[in-house]
Design a binder for this molecule. Structure first.
Ligand SMILES: Nc1ncnc2c1ncn2[C@@H]1O[C@H](COP(=O)(O)OP(=O)(O)OP(=O)(O)O)[C@@H](O)[C@H]1O
Ligand SMILES: [Mg+2]
Length: 393
């Protein structure tokens, strides 16, 4: 089918109407934003595996909140940012840019005054120009600055919902950790109303890293951990997506898609899209579904795996072990079970293989099972299983 009409959007944010599941998490986050709109400061950490939908959840709640009440949302992607000043620069710059088509744009512009510059080929973009000394002042005066900013938006917006997404680089910064703790303390001791909700988004390892830099932060965050979709949610996703373009897929085939997805939205879009590309008509049959799944395994390997992982498993000997390790979707196995499935030659290199996989972070020792291993990353487990099916087909 024509790729342009695909209802799936791999690598892109999900449109609001296609957002599936996460009802409890959405309610919890909406509750936090609502509390902050009543002047009670809230701060949360959204964690979960890669591609599980952390950014999408934050973005969905932001849109809901903006429509429901006087909330100004600001979603900043901080991948690669390692220091506090750069984080602040990007945050306020984002706020300026996001206000551009909003009725409160003039107020924001006035607030930033002559720090706003016109940039871009035809001067169509605005940029916030802040010197290092401005940023240091901003870090120091963050709370009063947000208060003044909200004052200037009176009549339009009364609450700021700040999403600090992808804090990978910042999680290692002691300076950032201390600043965050200091900000929380400043707000809680001032006893003034603070209509601010901050949502930090990242992998659980990053939260732990951040907390290791400033242990008191552990008590500060409300934790929202995102689990994989249930089978019903994944089913709902495929049903709605295919239905939206009047395509028909048999329920048994849909179940197979769900099994391959392993609850990971990022895979759901890749698999769905591959099936769509394979299909010749809106009546999508079992062969096309299977062919799509196999293509998705190839595409996923190239697109979603880290290059060092992808190249390590290119070796034919290792791949044959991997396939036997993942003969069904699973996230843990025992060394002895694996050994039983291998040929003598494969068995001879198995321990080398396991060590290499551990070094690459693909496997780790399972602390709950003697001689057990597990995949810390669900995406890897799911990929190896799809890959084992691909080579058997
Ligand atoms: N609830 C959902 N409904 C439908 N699609 C979703 C949902 N959540 C995520 N997706 C889709 O899955 C893909 C990955 O989602 P997203 O980028 O939000 O994950 P993430 O956890 O932030 O990933 P990363 O760890 O790489 O930052 C995107 O293409 C997104 O559109
Ligand atoms: Mg993300």
């Amino acid at each position: 089918m024509n790729p342009e009409t695909s209802p799936f959007r791999p690598g892109q944010p999900v449109p609001i109407e296609f957002f599936i599941g996460r009802i409890r998490e959405v309610e919890r986050l909406r509750g936090m934003v609502k509390a902050s709109s009543e002047g009670k400061f809230r701060i949360g950490f959204v964690s979960g595996a890669r591609g599980i939908g952390k950014s999408s959840l934050a973005s969905f709640v932001r849109h809901l909140s903006e429509h429901e009440s006087q909330v100004a949302g600001c979603h900043v992607i901080l991948g690669g940012v390692e220091d506090l000043n750069e984080m602040l620069r990007r945050t306020f710059d984002r706020l300026l840019k996001e206000s551009m088509d909003k009725p409160w744009h003039e107020q924001i512009r006035n607030f930033f005054g002559n720090h706003v510059r016109r940039v871009g080929l035809f001067g169509v973009t605005l940029e916030l120009s802040l010197k290092d000394s401005d940023l240091s002042t901003l870090a120091h005066d963050f709370v009063p600055t947000v208060t003044r900013l909200l004052d200037s938006l009176k009549g339009h917006k009364s609450t700021l919902f700040l999403i600090l997404d992808d804090i990978n680089g910042l999680a290692g910064s002691e300076f950032f950790a201390n600043w965050l703790k200091g900000t929380v303390d400043e707000i809680s001791t001032s006893r003034r109303k603070m209509p601010l909700c901050i949502l930090v988004v990242g992998l659980e390892e990053r939260r732990q890293e951040l907390v290791s830099k400033q242990p008191s932060l552990a008590r500060v965050f409300e934790l929202i951990d995102i689990a994989p979709w249930s089978d019903d949610e994944a089913m709902d996703f495929y049903r709605k997506s295919f239905h939206s373009v009047n395509a028909r897929v048999a329920t048994t085939d849909m179940r197979e898609l769900v099994r391959c997805t392993g609850g990971l939205p990022v895979l759901a879009h890749e698999i769905g899209d591959a099936v769509w590309h394979t299909a010749r008509s809106l009546e999508i049959d079992s062969c096309e579904v299977m062919e799509g799944i196999l293509t998705a395994a190839e595409v996923t390997g190239r697109k979603l795996l880290e290059p060092q992982v992808f190249s390590a498993i290119r070796s034919e000997r290792y791949r044959s072990i991997l396939r036997k390790m993942s003969d069904e979707p699973r996230t843990r196995f025992r060394r002895s079970e694996l050994l039983d499935r291998l040929t003598g030659e494969e068995g001879n290199v198995m321990d080398n293989f396991l060590r290499r996989m551990k070094r690459l972070g693909i496997l780790e020792t399972d602390p709950e099972v003697k001689g057990g291993y597990r995949f810390p990353n669900l995406l890897h487990a799911q990929y190896f299983w799809m890959e084992s099916r691909r080579t058997k087909a």
